[in-house]
Design a protein around this ligand. Structure first.
Ligand code: ADP
Ligand code: MG
Length: 254
């Protein structure tokens, strides 16, 4: 294993009487795509937002690139990319202007066109956020995480509600971002997505990590218990039909 860029130890989060995160520990390796999986309410967003310095933990230790969250939260903020709330996407500004605004907030100078190129939105440079399709909105939102050239980006359910092609476009984008050396932490409810994208996944249930491994190893472990699928699956599924019929151009989503 390479260098650990995130290290979470015995993290707890209490909301009043309710313990949402019950002592979880995990490490994320630099350059990996790490998935947090689990049912709604499992504590995924709480965990991410604590690491992102946006939420206070109750106890535990969080280290990000050697920085202790308790001591240097502002230093952590500088090296991470977080998807901004869409409420910050002022309706009167176009995408170029929004990027310039956010860059100003980060004290960074960016080339808006180059950034829009990375998410394949150059031709929407003069469009308003609300005029974008669902997939384009998510791509723009991911672009905003890259403004400060972060070492790590956090994506909380980036593909929820997207159509199959837009989802695949986002997979390609996330792989490109990782290929440039950025560590990616992602949550998703789509297991096919986690299987394709994630080097390792942690499965969280009711505030505890119940499994942590590569998707491949987790599948092998289940098979080793004697598990078999109830019926033989066909060579294609309905999603394959959909993609085949509506076109499979990965970057051309309208
Ligand atoms: P996930 O992202 O896995 O769906 P969350 O981290 O959003 O889960 O929530 C975990 C649990 O904590 C849920 O039961 C949720 O209702 C509760 N919770 C989340 N935020 C708050 C809050 N601000 N106040 C009280 N309870 C909360
Ligand atoms: Mg959540």
């Amino acid at each position: 294993m390479g260098k650990m860029i995130i290290s979470v130890k015995d993290l707890h989060k209490q909301y009043g009487d309710f313990e949402a995160v019950k002592g979880i520990s995990f490490d994320v390796e630099e350059g990996e795509i790490f998935g947090l999986l689990g049912p709604n309410g499992a504590g995924k967003s709480t965990t991410l937002e604590i690491i992102e310095t946006l939420r206070k933990k109750t106890s535990g230790t969080v280290m990000v690139d050697g920085l202790n969250l308790d001591e240097l939260p502002n230093e952590i903020k500088k090296i991470i990319g977080v998807q901004l709330q869409t409420s910050g996407f002022y309706p009167s500004l176009n995408l170029t202007e929004l990027i310039q605004l956010f860059a100003g907030l980060y004290n960074e100078t960016v080339d808006p066109m180059a950034l829009l190129d990375t998410v394949n939105l150059r031709d929407k440079a003069k469009a308003k956020y609300k005029e974008l399709s669902g997939g384009q909105k998510q791509r723009f939102s991911i672009a905003t995480t890259l403004i400060n050239q972060p070492k790590i980006i956090f994506l909380d359910e980036p593909t929820t509600g997207l159509d199959p092609q837009a989802r695949r476009n986002l997979w390609e984008l996330i792989k490109d971002i990782r290929a440039k050396g950025t560590t990616v932490i992602i949550t998703t409810h789509y297991m096919d997505e986690a299987e394709v994208l994630c080097d390792r996944v942690a499965i969280i249930d009711a505030g505890k990590i119940i499994a942590l491994n590569s998707p491949d190893k987790l599948i092998d472990e289940l098979v080793a218990t004697g598990f078999e699928r109830p019926k033989e699956v066909k060579k294609a599924n309905l999603e394959d039909v959909f993609i085949a019929m509506t076109g499979h151009v990965l970057r051309g989503e309208g």
